[in-house]
Structures are given as C-alpha cells and as structure tokens.
Write a protein that binds this ligand. Structure first.
Ligand SMILES: C[S@@+](CC[C@H](N)C(=O)[O-])C[C@H]1O[C@@H](n2cnc3c(N)ncnc32)[C@H](O)[C@@H]1O
Length: 702
C-alpha cells in the first residue's frame, strides 16, 4: 500500500466521515496529473541491521523462526525493556495501537533504521591491500547506500567529480528489494517504489557532486529508461542531460513477441562546466602523452623479485643523453662492478631511500625504447637524490603511435619524442555506441569469474565503464569517482585501469550492500540461517564479490592465491596477473549514537571518516592520541587544547596537510586556533561539525 492510501485507511478507521472526505479530495487530485513525473513517495524505507545488538529504544522487527522461509512480520516494534537474564525484550507496536505489547526472545529481533531516522555513521575497516605506495586509497564500503551517501555528505560534500551507477533495472524478476522485500513483476506499485528509491538516493548523491564541474552517469534498460529520464530532469533541472544507446549484447536477448534487444542506455548528466574530453577515434587518452619514471613505483618490485629487470642504463654526463642500455646483472652481483663506459654514468633503478628496485621492462625492450626516443633523462628535482631520473612513456602510448592514433610532434636534442594526439584524430563520441569491448557477457559476466572464481549476475563490461568515465576524468588525474550500486566492483577496477594508462591518482569509492540473491536467501533460510550469521554474511555481494574482486585486481592474484589468467584487452593490454600499483581499503558502515561520538568512545569508528574527509591519503589516526594531539600526512587532530602550541608547530612542518580537526565545545577558542593554522589548512570543530551535519541531514520522509 502507498503511504497516502495507508494514511487514509487509518483516518477512516478513526473518523469515517473525515476519512471519506480525505479520500474524495485525494482522488480528485490524483486524476489531475500534472506534467512531469507523478509518483507516490511510499512508506519510508527501512533497513535491517543484523550486526547491531538490540538496545532499549531501538526499532526492531520480529524475525520468523529459524528454518522458515515465510515472509514474517513486516511491522516495526519499539523495544521498551530488555530482560538480560531471560534474554527477552518487551515490545510495543510502533505507529499503531491495535496490537498487544509482546515479549520476544532477543535472538529473534533485528534492529531497523528507518530512513527518516537521524543516523550517526561510522566505519569499521575489514581489510586492505597496499601496492600503491603513497597514492590515495580506493575504498569499498559495505552498507545500505542511502546511509553511506548520508555519511559521505560529511566527508565529500561537493567534492565528487564523477558518479557512475548501474542501479537495479526493476525487471520484476526479484532484482532488488524495497523495505526488505523483493519487488516482483505483479506489484502494482513497482515503478513507483523504484522511483521513490532512486529519488531518495539521487537527491543525496547530488549534494556530493561538485556543482561547478562534475558528471553523473546512470545506466538503465528499457524497463525504466523513460521514468529515469524524467526523474533526472526533475531532480537535476540545472544539468545538461544526454542519453546514449549502447550495444552491450550484440546477439540480442529474445523477449516474447518483441524485438531482440541488443542495447541499453546511459544517461550523462553534466553539472557546471563539465566537458567531454574528445578521444582518439578508437579508445584513447589525453592530448599530450604523459611521461613517468621508468623505475617501478611499487614497494614490492625490489631487485630480487625479478632477475631480468635490474640493469645499468648509461647516461652521458655532459649531454644527459641515454647512450646505451646494459645487460641485466644477477641478484648476487654488486651493481658497482658493472663495466664503465667513458664519460657515462651507470644509472640503476634505486629508490630515494636507497632500495634497489626494478626497471619497468626487460633490458631488450628498454634498449629499443631508448633508440625510438621513448626513454629520456628527466630533470633533476631539487629535493631528490636522483641526478639522472630515467623517464618513459606508457606502453599504451607507444602502441597508439604505432597504430596512428598519436604522433611524434617533435624530437628533443636528446632524441626523445614529444607525443600528441592531434585534434583531427580526436573526436567527440556519438550517442550510439557499438564497441565490441562493451560486450557485457565477454568482458563482464565471463571476466568476473576469472578474477574471483565466482559468478556475479549482470556485471558491466570493464572496458565500457572505463570508456564512459574517460570522457569526463581524462584530464583530471586526481578525480574522485563514486559508485553507490557497485555490485562486483567494475567501476573501481576501471578507475585503476585509467590510472595505469596515464599515471593518474584517481580514487574510487565503491558502495554496495551485502545482500544475497533471492535463490540463495531461500536456501540459506531453509538451512536455519539468518542475516547476520557469519555463514550468511560471507556469501553477501560485498564480502563475497566486491572486496575480493578489488583485492584480486590489485594483487593480480585470485582469492586462492593463483595468478589471474589472461590479459587485459583494448586500450591497454597487459597480463591481468601484473595487477595494479594501487591501494584499497575495505569498510563496513556502522550506526553510532551521538553520545558515544561526543564522548569519543566511538572514536575508532569515526577515525576512518576523518581520514576520508582529508582525501583518503597517507596515515590515519586510529586512537584518541595519548599525547593530546597527533598529525599524520593529510590531517591533524587536537584533543587537548593546552597542547595547541606543539600541535600548531607540527602542522607547520607537515607538507601535505589539508585539515586540522580540533575537539572543543568552545567556539571562540576554536576560532582563535583556526586563525593560527598554516594557510590552506581547513579547521574543523569536532564533534560539532559531525553532529550537526547528521542532525540536519535527516531523512526526507519524516
Ligand atoms: C546491477 S548491480 C551493479 C553491477 C555493477 N555495475 C557491476 O558491474 O558489477 C546493483 C548492485 O547494487 C546493490 N544494491 C542494490 N540496492 C542497494 C542498496 N540499497 N544499498 C546498497 N547496495 C545496493 C546490489 O547489491 C547490486 O549488487
């Protein structure tokens, strides 16, 4: 039942005449459809929180007995009292009076958060993978996306450059849940529920996008594309919206008595000055090709890890030209014993701290690249001990030169090449996409099991997501990208590929819940399991697919520890087993109380939010600092104001500091301290800033 009809029924029960009048007015109004999209906002959504222990004052549902597959009691109850010894709780029915209070075993209760409730979010880290040195971290968050979006309003308001989402398509085949129930084809309110679900999330997501320059990309198919188009126009009237039709299944999906469907759609919703970067005729990159250090960045690529990639590159000391590339030396050979070449210095891949690392390619490949002008000696950076930094272009760029998508526009004195994608080779995309690389079966459905050894229903083609994003983030090497229906984690994977192609530092926030499929849910219930049981949770999408996929993509190894078989294709081809030099951390959303936040007992779970707000880069302050303050790479935290002098001194020394969090209730002292911070460092008062953000960001359904 919709929210309005629900309320009318209640009104009728209390006062029949008043109810009938109300109903007549409602009917008159609903027959006068205004232009635009008309739908009912429905009962506010609610989410079950199986991990939360039940406390007095919580809203709960009573679960059906273990082993039962029945729908169970959908009503919400309020916990009035808890009897610890008996392990029971006294419940009153919420929002109604017709039911008797009841006493129920605590085990049979599940805590509920309604979307109209104010929530105070936290995050618990559940693992990480580090291969990207000091690059910013990608994050994967397990949680109800509406609440994670709310959490991000504190960490990322106006800071997201691109959102890519692939929401449930509302096929009627139990592909999504509204209020914990699968929405089926015969549900009269199916479209209206879907619109209500999408609208709530889009409105919060919009607060995260940079209004001056950002894009929202939404994929959809024929079931909801018309309604979604209208919804986007209504929620984003200031944006420029275009729709692309994209062939993702060239063989077509048969529908009874209907045309064979080969395509689906992408809406591109552009805010502010967001521009589409023209691309080479085939998939490609930015206009001027980038150079990067030829030494491997990743800390694991030390000399001993591969025998053939440690060799001297001889540089002429006067001209700074690369004269020749020597042979690899065995791990036991002292690098200082290599033969001398007159007037040259032998350069090895040595990190700033003196660690012997690897060059990016074998000596034979480096020799050819040096001859072709794809290697050069870069400038000496003032603070770097590297006198002759060896620089190279990416293999994808070299391929583009060979295949005519890019050209050498100039040769420098040292013979090295300046490469550009000329304007005539760059084109704006059309609104009809037909690329073999976007085939969802070949490069999504069949790719995911190769990486994680598990199947996922309807992932996107990795290359399709990569291409869609490239048009908007090609020029922004530090872009923040969000996917809050991330499923198998294709978007994060695509962002890592983009970074590899141009040396970018983009970061992706992936959000998805830990649902199991409808069939799995039935089977698990029959086995007597419930959400929250470890055997159930480990099969949830986030824990079973999203996190392992992102981890496997980075390490190049499947969850079983085997190298991933096969190569990446299209724009940038290389073995999947190489992985990516990236960092990712995995989190689960928690629900805190404002008291625990202000008294800092929830600090461990607020800590990741402080780090996220400061850019998810560098170290994190995990505990309330015993010294009263602490400064890490991108932020500092002052909890004892009488330690302010030491704190301020440390903030001046930190080179990349963005935020100073100051814990105080005294606004004047806070302001006085804020003025003494180094320029460009933002001061944030805790926990006032956090608490007010969520107190005012209350759900729209109240
Ligand atoms: C169509 S899939 C996305 C697939 C993804 N693009 C890929 O390539 O793998 C949508 C995902 O959103 C998740 N989801 C649906 N409703 C959600 C919600 N309310 N909160 C969090 N995640 C949700 C589902 O678990 C599902 O995995």
């Amino acid at each position: 039942m919709s929210r309005l009809t629900d309320l009318i029924a209640k009104a009728k029960a209390k006062d029949p005449q008043f109810g009938a009048d109300l109903e007549r007015e409602f009917r008159a109004l609903s027959s006068r459809l205004s232009f635009g999209l008309n739908f009912e906002r429905h009962r506010p959504e609610a989410v079950e929180l199986p991990q939360r222990t039940v406390r007095r004052g919580d809203k709960v549902r009573v679960l059906p007995p273990r082993g039962s597959t029945a729908k169970g009691d959908a009503r919400l109850w309020l916990v009035k009292a808890i009897h610890k010894a008996k392990k029971t709780a006294d419940l009153d029915l919420l929002d109604a009076t017709e039911a008797e209070p009841q006493t129920v075993a605590m085990d049979d209760l599940i805590v509920i958060a309604e979307f109209r409730d104010t929530i105070y979010p936290g995050l618990v880290s559940t693992g990480k993978v580090t291969r990207g040195g000091d690059k910013p971290w990608h994050t994967v968050i397990n949680g109800e996306n509406y609440h994670v979006l709310k959490a991000l309003t504190w960490t990322h308001r106006g800071k997201v450059d691109a959102i890519y989402i692939d929401p449930p398509y509302n096929t009627g085949a139990k592909d999504w849940k509204y209020n914990n129930d699968y929405v089926e084809g015969d549900d009269l309110y199916r479209h209206s529920k879907w619109l209500a679900m999408m609208e709530r999330r889009l409105l919060v997501a919009k607060e995260l996008l940079n209004p001056a320059d950002s894009v929202l990309i939404v994929t959809i198919d024929e079931k909801e594309y018309l309604r979604l188009g209208s919804l986007l126009e209504q929620t984003c009237p200031e944006a420029r919206i275009q729709m692309v039709s994209s062939i993702v299944n060239p063989n077509g999906t048969g529908r009874p008595d209907a045309l064979n469907r080969t395509d689906e759609y992408l809406y591109f919703v552009r805010f502010g000055t967001a521009r589409i970067t023209p691309q080479p005729n085939t998939n490609g990159k930015a206009k001027v090709a980038r150079w990067d250090t030829f030494r491997r960045h990743n800390p694991v690529n030390i000399r001993s890890s591969r025998p053939n990639q440690f060799y001297p590159i001889y540089v002429n000391e006067k001209t700074r030209r690369i004269e020749s590339v020597g042979e690899p030396i065995t791990p036991e050979t002292d690098r200082h014993s290599v033969p001398d070449i007159l007037g040259c210095v032998a350069v090895f891949p040595i990190r700033e701290d003196g660690t012997e690392m690897l060059w990016s390619t074998l000596a034979r490949v480096a020799r050819k690249r040096a001859e072709d002008g794809f290697l050069r000696v870069g400038k000496k950076e003032p603070d770097s001990p590297q006198v002759y930094p060896i620089m190279g272009v990416y293999s994808g760029t070299i391929k583009d030169v060979h295949e005519g998508r890019a050209r050498v526009v100039k040769r420098r004195e040292d013979g090295s090449a300046d490469i550009e994608y000329s304007e005539s080779m760059l084109v704006l995309p059309t609104t009809n996409w037909s690329y073999p690389s976007h085939n969802a079966r070949a490069h999504g459905t069949d790719l995911v099991p190769k990486i994680v050894g598990r199947r996922f229903p309807f992932p996107k083609s990795l290359y399709a997501v990569e291409d869609a994003l490239r048009f908007f983030v090609a020029q922004n090497l530090d872009a923040t990208i969000l996917d809050f229906f991330s499923g198998s984690g294709t978007t994060a994977h695509a962002v890592m590929r983009l970074n590899k192609q141009d040396g970018g530092n983009r970061q992706c926030i992936s959000v998805t819940n830990n649902e199991v499929s409808a069939d799995e849910q039935k089977a698990l219930r029959e086995q007597g399991l419930r959400p929250g049981d470890p055997e159930w949770e480990k099969l949830g999408i986030c824990d079973y697919i999203t996190k392992p996929r992102v981890q496997a993509a980075i390490t190049g190894k499947t969850p079983d520890g085997e190298p991933i078989r096969g190569d990446y294709k299209f724009t940038d081809e290389f073995p999947m087993a190489d992985g990516f030099e990236e960092n990712a951390e995995f989190f689960t959303l928690t629900y805190e109380t404002p008291i625990a936040v202000s008294y800092q007992t929830a600090f461990a779970r607020i800590a990741p939010l402080l780090w996220l707000r400061a850019g998810s880069v560098g170290g994190r302050i995990e505990k309330v600092p015993a010294a009263g303050w602490e400064v890490v790479d991108s932020y500092g935290l002052l909890v004892e104001l009488d330690k302010a002098t030491d704190f301020l001194k440390a903030t001046r020394k930190a080179k990349a500091l963005r935020i100073a969090y100051i814990v105080t209730d005294d606004e004047r002292r806070f302001q006085a301290l804020a003025r003494r911070l180094p320029e460009g460092v933002e001061a944030i008062r805790l926990y006032e800033s956090y608490l007010t953000n969520f107190a005012f960001a209350n759900g729209e359904d109240a």
